[in-house]
Write a protein that binds this ligand. Structure first.
Ligand SMILES: Nc1ncnc2c1ncn2[C@@H]1O[C@H](COP(=O)(O)OP(=O)(O)O)[C@@H](O)[C@H]1O
Ligand SMILES: [Mg+2]
Length: 355
């Protein structure tokens, strides 16, 4: 959460400009939300504010940056404000206060027409229910956004077919949505979102309604697509396993507030509070934690064991450590930062079995 000020200076420097910059963002639902924001009532808990005024705090003073190309996951229980947050980012819900910048462009200050243009060209949303048009073929569903923004028929057909192929639906382009399984319909939604070649893709629990196996396929599909197209993604989920699998970083929300922002290993290795600890208690730690979290300071001679990198996942390093007699060295680039031996590895694995 950097608190860089918005303004002209930042807009002229594309280097280092985040894909998304969010600062002081609030949403108070209710007729007088904007009046409440600058009063002491805004500091009341969600429950107390609702009891006193009937207003609901959707999002409270949220700020974060998303780097270009990053997969940024927002996670929290149902009702924690995830959908509100993602809708605020493109003003599908109007913020009560705060700023959202997309590659340095202030979304919150945009005219309606500029905003519409941004939504059509720069951001794609993928929801749990894709809202595919039932009377249109797959390829025409995928091309829909291109049609809306006035692209020629031949061009949008070509682009749509490319996207159909990219998401693994080649051969189904002339089918209608109701002829496809749920998982395949989600792929159509993904293709449609990709067709616009947006700067940022936003996903609001797109796979929550799918069976676990299909869900896993779709998560892998998102990872593959991200590797291929490198899009910045904001991905909402209530499922920690999904968050850990997909996220470069994870924002954890409770009652409309940020509880923690961190990489998967930070969230699991150093949960900010009991709420996060509860979420992470069932996670197989060795699959998420890196050696940084299990290594010890080298007391005295670090030995001449194999050198491992501190950002290596414990599970991936386990074989080398267990096969080697004596400690392995842990480095951060060229710099020696610790040692790790069999016990350090086993401690993590045993803790997993104990839950
Ligand atoms: N239009 C609205 N009017 C009043 N309260 C709302 C509205 N939309 C959402 N809320 C409330 O805001 C909170 C956050 O909702 P939401 O963002 O949908 O959470 P999530 O997506 O994490 O389940 C909930 O308490 C919800 O009831
Ligand atoms: Mg939601």
């Amino acid at each position: 959460m950097t608190a860089t000020q918005s303004g002209a200076v930042e807009k002229t420097t594309s280097e280092g400009t985040p894909a998304l910059h969010v600062e002081g963002l609030w949403k108070i639902f209710g007729p007088k939300g904007d009046k409440i924001i600058n009063t002491p009532d805004a500091q009341l808990s969600r429950k107390d504010l609702q009891a006193k005024t009937g207003h609901v705090v959707g999002i409270r003073d949220v700020g974060f940056d998303v780097a270009p190309g990053e997969v940024f996951v927002v996670m929290g229980l149902s009702g924690s404000g995830k959908s509100t947050l993602v809708r605020l980012l493109t003003r599908l819900i109007e913020p009560t206060a705060g700023t959202v910048e997309l590659y340095g462009e202030d979304i919150t200050a945009m005219s309606d027409s500029a905003l519409l243009d941004t939504r059509r060209k720069k951001v794609s949303m993928v929801f749990q229910h894709f809202g595919l048009l039932p009377h249109r073929k797959v390829v025409d569903n995928v091309a829909f956004g291109l049609e809306v923004r006035g692209e020629k028929k031949g061009e949008r057909r070509n682009r749509a077919q490319e996207m159909v192929d990219l998401v693994g639906l080649s051969g189904y382009e002339n089918n209608y949505p109701d002829q496809l399984s749920g998982g395949m319909q989600q792929r159509v939604g993904l293709a449609r979102a990709l067709a616009a070649n947006p700067d940022v893709m936003m996903f609001d629990e797109p796979f929550s309604a799918l069976d676990p196996l299909i869900r896993r396929d779709m998560q892998n599909e998102v990872i593959r697509l991200h590797e291929e197209v490198g899009k910045t993604m904001v991905f909402i989920t209530h499922d920690l396993a999904e968050a850990l699998k997909l996220g470069d970083r994870i924002l954890i929300m409770r009652d409309g507030e940020i509880v923690q922002i961190g990489t998967p290993d930070e969230v699991v290795g150093a949960p900010a509070d009991e709420y996060v600890r509860d979420f992470t208690s069932d996670v197989p730690k060795s699959h998420v934690l890196t050696l940084k979290w299990v290594m010890r300071a080298p007391d005295g001679d670090p030995g001449d064991g194999p050198v491992l990198q501190s950002n290596q996942i414990v599970r991936d390093a386990a074989r080398i450590v267990l096969d080697h007699d004596g400690p392995c060295r842990v480095a951060d680039g060229d710099k020696l930062v610790g040692v790790v031996d069999d016990m350090d590895i086993l401690r993590v694995v045993v803790a997993e079995d104990e839950g």
